[in-house]
Design a protein around this ligand. Structure first.
Ligand SMILES: [Zn+2]
Length: 258
């Protein structure tokens, strides 16, 4: 009995160590190479889903004179917890608007080519019809497939995953890496993650209180307004250049001769 408990405790400790290493250490195994030269380090601030609370992020960006990139689920705007179209118009003052499908579809397993077109193409057309200059895409849940990439390439210059890591001159434009920032992260984590000469995408969900009916996954992704403000203050005081995802993709295209 005691042996069994020791075994379970040891297994839990190993699992915990693995999770910590995964969150903070995976960067070490990323193939490195700089984007331009080691003197310039780029960061993009990515906001997924178009949550109402991301209006707080817009206010903070405005305060510090910084820009971001927000990925709108066009079929969800106006729903509980999400922005409405006038909010999207407001955040477009500081944020690039990008595509994130009509209904947050998992792009690994749609049935027909038309289904991919309906999710990706219709979303793109809605955003363009609203007057936004839409150039970049984010895969819902970070999930992608060869067929999804084929359709996305018709509309977008690049697309971001949730594969953990920094972006370098070798990064595939349609498989951009990121780091999701959650409430338990710290500025020190970001200092460790962001490497000289690379381009790092920091992903945020709710900035401030998630809506009342949010599920636990949504709630665990929320960062506080004060933590977000601290991040911008730190970025502003650093040598890091904050660019939109579209600007990062343009840099990458240039380096890769595309
Ligand atoms: Zn999403």
């Amino acid at each position: 009995m005691i042996k069994r408990r020791i075994f379970i405790a040891a297994a839990l400790v190993i699992l915990a160590i693995f999770l910590v290493l995964y969150q903070f250490g995976q960067l070490r195994s990323t193939t490195l190479g700089s984007l331009f030269d080691d003197d310039v380090t780029y960061v993009s601030l990515r906001f997924d889903d178009g949550w109402k609370s991301q209006l707080n992020a817009h206010e903070a960006l405005k305060k510090y004179g910084l820009t971001g990139s927000i990925y709108i689920i066009s079929g969800f705007m106006g729903d509980e917890g999400y922005m409405d179209w006038s909010d999207v118009e407001t955040v477009s003052e500081t944020m690039e608007i990008g595509g994130h499908t009509v209904s947050h579809a998992d792009l690994r397993n749609l049935e027909t080519m038309q289904d991919y077109e309906d999710e990706i193409g219709d979303d793109y057309r809605t955003l363009v019809d609203k007057g936004f200059d839409v150039r970049t895409f984010v895969y819902p849940y970070g999930n992608y497939s060869a067929v999804a990439i084929q359709v996305i390439k018709k509309y977008y210059i690049c697309a971001s995953t949730q594969d953990v890591g920094v972006n370098t001159q070798n990064t595939d434009l349609f498989l951009l890496r990121d780091f999701t920032i959650r409430s338990f992260n710290s500025i020190e984590d970001m200092e460790r993650k962001i490497l000289p000469g690379t381009w790092t995408i920091l992903t945020f969900h709710d900035v401030g209180e998630p809506h009342a009916d949010a599920n636990s996954a949504v709630k665990s992704n929320a960062v506080s307004v004060s933590f977000f403000d601290d991040i911008l203050k730190w970025l502003k005081a650093s040598d890091i250049q904050v660019i939109t995802v579209a600007e990062g993709c343009e840099l990458l295209m240039k380096v890769q001769g595309k």
